[in-house]
Design a protein around this ligand. Structure first.
Ligand code: NAP
Length: 645
């Protein structure tokens, strides 16, 4: 079982001065929530000092230094009293107080529909409400007889293992890499870090108070998932360096026959009652198609295949692409490379975030470990600012007249704000501004977190930004469309992934010999991105349409999907059924609903090019939903949407 039962980890033994020092580094709105838990007195919310509307990553509620200091003083008294009585808590606030607290901490109206979701996501009543439980008595042998294959040991595969362990169901995870983490295992290029705040980007039931940075680096992310796999006894179920080649559904037996290949090339065929693909969208490298690529005699690799034996010192490096990966690696390699030439096809909109590379202060770590529910509210604060709060910005306003620059008034406001941020950084360098200022609406591609490091790197003497497309590569270097050629030692292809080739290159054959890729073509029809007609007992996590483009944490999304899938397993095992299969009318209805919403988003806006769309320009990888909607839809499978056998 997951073990989230305590509001915080450690009792307080520190003296007043140490506590006061730690409080200097806390988020005041989150601290105020903890004060209410410790004192049992919600009257704090009726006093004069109230956080302003949470926005743009502001974690201090726009409170003045004096206001913050006054709250810290009040907090010190409450914390010392809490410490002196042995860290016992009064009765937990009831739901209506929790709702008031939610609105208070974010300085905004929060619809009532979020209350249960927030209580669940923060385990606010001291238990992991997403933990799996059986509704009916089920014998151990029935649980064990139901064998599940999980494809992939990234964050969602590990999560599947944690929940399957809770259920006592038999399972195997196959992972093509040598270690745990999926994208956090593979993308270990210099500068790789998460760009969703870590205190939110972590399992709801496994907060990590020791994140060294607010947006930690790849090794810390990989280590977190590895630690979780150990702690929850998932690791022993993983077969590393093993790939699924094909899955064939045997209708009569209601089982999947799966061909698995080990690193040494040996293949075996195994039988499973159900398959969960947790294979992810971003792990099949997309190299550009540039004339002469094969003739290059230096070193060339994809950003997710970084060669750590390469000594960058003095090297001339060409980086092709300026997406999220290049955005992180260029500033890092520029520090030691001889020269870096960056080839940009389109610039990025970026979002100012001072904390992006900052360490988490010791005082904050102390608060996370010692102040009841502080970390939980800190998580909610990030959820609110970075997820559904930004959702409305995605949608096109049919009455907005300036579609050439933005899709709505709010989107235009964002454009102006982001433009000012770029102007401020470029200063008098108008040539640079012209190169880095996007001409498409904000959020049309993934918006990047920034603390000035990108433009800082581009302004370095040893970095050059080229905005002409690459026309050829030869033995010694790169030529752009103007004919300008440079010699380089290394080429880094930061050119992204085949995100919309779901489950590729596996061959998945369902009922009546239906081939999944034939059925899906370039435009998958699924229910909730999880189940597909003709493919009984086959489930996807982070499948079609389940990337997040407006914000939020993919871990949150995975927790929703895994709960839904485990509920499907529960239906099968408790009722001694053989199969559960999505009805075509359910996937058709979901497809229509999805298409209607996705077509209105900025990603689908005329002229937009991004990896959220298929080659016909239809959004297929990314979700147009608010997180709250997806959470509600996935709480329980609607059994009328399935054939049950
Ligand atoms: P990406 O966003 O798809 O970026 C690929 C880049 O390569 C784009 O700039 C693209 O230009 C350019 N490109 C592609 N083909 C090209 C060609 N033939 N010539 C010149 N340029 C070319 O890939 P990514 O940067 O690897 O990021 C993929 C996703 O991974 C991100 O959107 C994000 O979801 C995730 N990611 C997350 C993090 C994080 O959380 N910290 C970090 C890295 C990646 P165009 O834009 O013009 O197509």
């Amino acid at each position: 079982m997951t073990d989230f039962t305590a509001p915080c980890e450690e009792k307080i033994y520190d003296d007043d001065a140490a506590i006061a020092a730690a409080l200097e580094h806390t988020s005041i709105p989150a601290l105020m929530m903890s004060m209410i838990h410790m004192s049992g007195d919600p009257a704090l919310m009726d006093a004069d000092i109230k956080p302003g509307m949470a926005f743009m990553g502001e974690i201090q509620g726009f409170l003045s230094a004096e206001q913050q200091s006054e709250i810290r003083q009040q907090a010190l008294n409450i914390i010392c009293a809490y410490r002196d009585r042995g860290c016992t808590l009064p009765e937990a606030p009831n739901k209506s107080i929790i709702h008031k607290m939610m609105q208070f901490i974010v300085g905004d109206e929060v619809a009532e529909e979020y209350v249960d979701m927030m209580i669940e996501d923060t385990s606010l009543y001291g238990k992991d409400e997403r933990a799996f439980t059986w509704d009916k008595p089920v014998s151990d042998s029935d649980k064990k007889e139901f064998k599940v294959l999980v494809i992939g040991a990234g964050q969602s595969g590990i999560l599947a293992g944690i929940r399957l362990n809770e259920a006592g169901i038999n399972y195997t995870i196959v992972e093509k890499n040598q270690g745990i983490g999926g994208t956090w295992w593979e993308n270990n290029y210099p500068g790789a870090r998460v760009d969703v705040a870590n205190h939110f980007y972590s399992y709801s039931f496994e907060p990590n108070h020791d994140w060294p940075e607010h947006y930690s680096r790849q090794p810390q992310l990989a280590a977190y998932f590895d630690r979780c796999a150990d702690k929850y006894k998932v690791k022993q179920h993983i077969q590393f360096e093993t790939e699924v080649i094909s899955c064939d559904y045997l209708t009569e037996q209601a089982q999947w026959s799966v061909v698995i290949r080990k690193a040494d090339g040996t293949e075996s065929t195994e039988r499973y009652h159900a398959v969960i693909s947790a294979a992810g969208q971003l792990n099949r490298q997309k190299y550009p198609d540039i004339e002469g690529m094969d003739s290059f005699k230096g070193q060339a690799f994809h950003s997710s295949r970084w060669d750590w034996n390469l000594n960058l010192k003095g090297k001339r490096i060409a980086v092709i692409g300026t997406g999220a990966s290049a955005f992180q690696l260029v500033p890092e390699i520029a520090k030691s490379a001889g020269h870096v030439t960056v080839y940009q096809r389109s610039p990025n909109w970026m979002f100012p975030n001072d904390r992006y590379h900052q360490s988490v202060a010791d005082g904050k770590i102390w608060a996370l470990k010692h102040l009841p529910y502080y970390g939980r509210w800190y998580r909610f604060l990030h959820f609110w600012m970075t997820a559904d709060k930004t959702h409305a910005l995605l949608f096109s306003d049919p009455n907005w007249e300036h579609k050439d620059r933005a899709i709505s008034e709010a989107n235009d406001f964002t454009r102006i704000m982001f433009t000012d941020y770029l102007k401020e950084q470029c200063g008098n360098d108008t040539a640079l501004l012209e190169k880095v200022l996007p001409t498409y609406p904000p959020m049309g591609k993934r918006t990047l977190q920034d603390n000035g490091s990108w433009l800082g790197a581009l302004k370095r003497d040893n970095v050059e930004l080229i905005t002409h497309s690459v026309s050829a590569i030869n033995a010694t270097g790169v030529t752009d469309e103007t004919g300008a050629a440079i010699d380089v030692d290394v080429i880094v292809y930061a050119t992204g992934f085949y995100a919309s080739r779901f489950l590729w290159p596996m061959k998945i054959t369902g009922k009546n010999g239906e081939d999944l890729h034939q059925q899906w073509q370039d435009d998958p029809k699924t229910n909730l991105g999880i189940t597909t007609p003709n493919f009984p007992n086959f489930f996807c996590v982070y499948g079609p349409g389940n990337n997040l483009g407006h914000g939020g944490s993919l871990i949150f999304y995975s927790e929703c999907q895994i709960r839904y899938i485990l509920e499907c397993f529960k239906t099968l095992v408790e009722n001694k059924l053989k199969s559960i299969e999505c009805r075509p009318e359910a996937s058709e209805a979901y497809y229509q609903k999805f298409t209607e919403a996705a077509d209105q988003t900025v990603w689908a806006h005329k002229g937009m090019d991004n990896w959220y769309k298929n080659k016909n320009g239809k959004v297929v990888t990314t979700s147009p939903w608010r997180l709250i909607d997806f959470w509600r839809w996935t709480k329980q499978p609607e059994l009328s949407q399935f054939y049950l056998d």
